[in-house]
Design a binder for this molecule. Sequence first.
Ligand SMILES: [Zn+2]
Length: 142
Amino acid sequence: MAQTHREIVSYELMFWHEGHVGNWGFGFPCTEAGVVMRSTLNDGAAKNYDECAAGVNGTIAGGVRKHVQRIALCPCGSGQDRDELSDARGIFCAFVCGDCEATKRAKYRPEIFASASYAHDEPIDDDDGPHMSNSDMDGEMP
Ligand SMILES: [Zn+2]
């Protein structure tokens, strides 16, 4: 069975405010072993971390918290991340990846990707001749 998601795992070293363990405090990105990547913190966060680590700001060390982010993969089963294929109007068409984009794109009329002014509000079938009247061209301005 093809995978539908992949997981991104990250870890945070938690410090809770006294009296608020589990719901209010600081979290710093860290390794699985709880080593904080201090160089990745901005100045404010680095200061907070130093105060937490030194135990001078009334926080309680809360250990490592694991976060799992589920990233949806392309439904074609390639195992790659999916992208949204949208037409020139920004209308969603399909989820695609590098493997299947050309195939899926080919199922749509090419002009819908080329210009947002493609004809619409008409049945998507090939008609027999040019149409001279199109109510959309009667000067509908935003
Ligand atoms: Zn795909």
